[in-house]
Design a protein around this ligand. Structure first.
Ligand code: EPZ
Length: 429
């Protein structure tokens, strides 16, 4: 078991490059199984979830090679469409393989993805859309089997603009016969990234990034080369880290338009945020003000993945902030851990009321999911004394070298590994 040991009180200063987006790379790595030849994907972050996805592709028979930041996938040797259950259980994003494998091979078998700590995370919208595209779906013994000799274009309207369902159905539709329209589609930037990759491989897609996407089916896809976009959630997390430590940080490799909601709320809190091309500068000198209303929503609303990190910031802002989580039904598990650090937070179902305090105090806390883990690390950066953050593997799912990046910006943070009862060693950076 590894943990982070954080000595609070250090201001973050300096500049940092933001790595490629986990949530863009995962569906893209699934999509390339539809191509006839190999695809090169650049700036793929080195994360546990990415590693699981690459293992799944290898288990299907694809040839996958990885350099430091690039991945090459040659799907021509795929010989099965049964996704191994043990890998499926490691990461629910393996659900992204349903659309591509069904479209390319006419069959796919996955184990039903479990929920996770932030909610039940059903996949009904994925399955309903695949059925409309002509798939026969059989659910039994905890597995889902889909069969479709040839998918046919259809008009699909999503009851909710689900990111994963939009991505899965867009991928399935790319090789379907005829035209598919996806109404009430998710508008997250990762949807546009996926459509750009698919177009690079020969797909015909219009409207990605808007609420209606039109896909004209094509007979096959060829290989290509694609650069993964910057991770907007990692960028937002580092912006909040600068703000909570009264720091001054410059982030490179960001897309300003993806960060409008968090930039707006940081400015409301009194943080200086300036952007130019692919650089964003965050500086906080004076006191932080509470932000009266933060409500997570589908893009371009405030991203649910930055709800926990922003709540950490509000625990040391002057006044009372109100944060509503409208996307996931159980995404306040960081609250009790922040309370252990002295935060004053009251929760009423899906709304949290945070009364800011002068400062938090370090404590032993536990990460419950990747964004809650990041939020607790940020709180530790600003707390008086030492914070021990347990279950840091959650953070490794979405942040590449998290503590290394923070240390390079001036934080006093190190990773330790338990090698025996009460015996810990620092893990070299
Ligand atoms: C993606 O998850 C992201 N993951 C999540 O990031 C992110 O929080 C989420 O989108 C919302 O932005 C990846 O991209 C790998 P949804 P996804 O389908 O696709 C309900 C992180 O921290 N729903 O938009 O699973 C669902 O229960 C992760 O990086 C259905 O009801 O999100 C939830 O309440 C966490 N039926 C809401 O929609 C369905 O069939 C949003 O889910 C599908 C979803």
């Amino acid at each position: 078991m590894e943990r982070l040991v954080i000595e609070g009180g250090k201001r973050l200063t300096g500049s940092m490059r933001v790595h490629g987006s986990k949530n863009a790379a995962l569906p893209i790595l699934a999509a390339v199984v539809m191509a006839k030849e190999e695809t090169v994907i650049r700036d793929v972050p080195n994360l546990d979830d990415i590693g699981v996805m690459l293992d799944i592709l290898r288990s299907l028979g694809a040839r996958v090679t990885r350099t430091k930041s690039d991945v090459v996938v040659d799907p021509s040797s795929i010989y099965t469409t049964d996704v191994p259950e043990y890998l499926m259980r490691l990461m629910r994003s393996s659900i992204f393989l349903m659309g591509p494998l069904l479209a390319r091979f006419g069959t796919v078998r996955i184990s039903k993805p479990g929920g996770c700590s932030i909610g039940t995370r059903p996949i009904d919208l994925h399955l309903k859309g695949l059925e409309l595209l002509g798939a026969e779906i059989i659910e039994r013994h905890g597995f889902i089997e889909c069969r479709a000799p040839r998918l046919r274009g259809a008009t699909i309207f999503l009851d909710f603009p689900s990111v994963g369902a939009t991505e899965n159905l867009m991928m399935a539709a790319v090789l379907a016969e005829g035209e598919t329209i996806i109404g009430n589609a998710a508008r997250e930037p990762e949807i546009r990234d996926l459509a750009t990759l698919l177009t690079e491989l020969g797909a015909k897609i219009r409207g990605a990034g808007d609420d209606t996407i039109v896909i004209e089916g094509v007979p096959e896809l060829h290989g290509g080369i694609y650069q993964v976009s910057p991770d907007r959630i990692v960028a937002g997390t580092l912006m909040i880290a600068a703000a909570i430590t009264q720091g001054h940080v410059q982030l490179h490799n960001v897309r300003l338009n993806d960060l409008t909601a968090v930039t707006t709320k940081l400015r409301e809190a009194g943080v200086q945020v300036t952007g130019l091309h692919d650089i964003i500068e965050v500086k906080r000198t004076g006191a932080l003000s509470a932000v009266e209303r933060i409500q997570t929503a589908p893009h371009p609303g405030f991203p649910t993945d930055l709800q926990a990190p922003f709540m950490s910031l509000m625990t040391v802002a002057q006044g009372v902030s109100v944060i509503s989580e409208t996307i996931f039904e159980d995404r306040f598990q960081h609250v009790s851990e922040l309370q252990r650090m002295g935060a004053s937070i009251k929760v009423d179902i899906r709304t949290a009321f945070i009364r800011g305090k002068k400062e938090l105090t370090g404590a032993v806390v536990e990460a419950t999911d990747l964004r809650a883990g990041a939020a607790l690390a940020l709180a530790g950066l600003a707390a008086e004394g030492t914070t021990i953050l347990e279950r840091v593997h959650h953070i490794d799912r979405g942040y590449e070298g998290f503590e290394i990046q923070l240390r390079e910006l001036g934080a006093n943070i190190r990773r330790v590994r338990e090698i025996g009862k009460d015996v810990h060693v620092t893990v070299d950076a």
